[in-house]
Design a protein around this ligand. Structure first.
Ligand code: 6PG
Length: 224
């Protein structure tokens, strides 16, 4: 895993934005397009805001999500709504693939499976204070899914119903980035990096230790 540590959340966002723009331009030049799964939570918002100011050809970029809360699409809890407000509504992005796309989380997961490409160029993820990543929570059965690319899952209140990419699908991406900020993440991040392997306790280990090309963007509070 490549570790990049920053003095502040703003420095983290600026570096992630520069690296994102370079990766997208390289993929578009080499393969004619770029595919990314966006993360939810709050850490990536500053990255998305910076990407809205960058010069990128969004007509060549397919936008997916690594996880979503099963709530109405404009809801304050919606990962899609956050990404739209910070980024997608501010650029011309015609290739956006929302995860909430059917009447239930289960039906959305089944339909999303058909939209996903065999391999994503980049999956963005966060890490929760409990060690979860995407909507793969400690002890959850979704963590052990081996055949599907996306499944319905359970999370804590106030958004119990979730949809999430699975470990084997995430780990098959060309690149995976974790964006981790804040002192409340330090213990979980230390377990991801140095703890005994126990993905039921710290689900992010299942990705961080086994995906193809992993980069950790962390600030000093999360990685003292
Ligand atoms: C979600 C997320 C989740 C998130 C982490 C970190 O829908 O809740 O996608 O996995 O990435 O909880 O969130 P923060 O960036 O807010 O710390």
């Amino acid at each position: 895993m490549r570790i990049r540590r920053f003095d502040s959340p703003a420095d983290l966002a600026a570096a992630a934005a520069r690296t994102f723009v370079a990766a997208a331009r390289r993929a578009i030049a080499a393969r004619g397009g770029f595919s990314v799964a966006l993360a939810g939570g709050s850490t990536p918002r500053a990255l998305y805001q910076r990407l809205a100011e960058a010069r990128l050809d969004w007509s060549c970029i397919d936008v997916y999500w690594s996880d979503e809360r099963f709530v109405p699409r404009g809801d304050a809890l919606s990962n899609e709504a956050m990404a739209r407000a910070a980024l997608l509504d501010r650029v011309a992005a015609p290739r956006v693939h929302p995860m909430v796309c059917a009447a239930s989380a289960q039906a959305s997961a089944e339909r999303y499976q058909r939209y996903l490409p065999p391999q994503l160029d980049l999956v963005l993820l966060g890490i929760g204070a409990d060690g979860h990543t995407a909507s793969l929570f400690p002890g959850a059965s979704a963590l052990h899914e081996r055949t599907q690319c996306v499944v319905a899952a359970r999370g804590p209140e106030p958004a119990r119903e979730r949809i999430t990419l699975t470990v084997p699908y995430i780990n098959g991406a060309r690149a995976v980035w974790f964006l981790v900020s804040g002192a409340d993440k330090a213990a979980a991040l230390a377990r991801v990096l140095h703890g005994a392997e126990d993905p039921d306790r710290t689900p992010a280990q299942a990705v961080a230790r086994h995906a193809r090309r992993v980069t950790l963007f962390a600030d000093r509070a999360a990685l003292p």
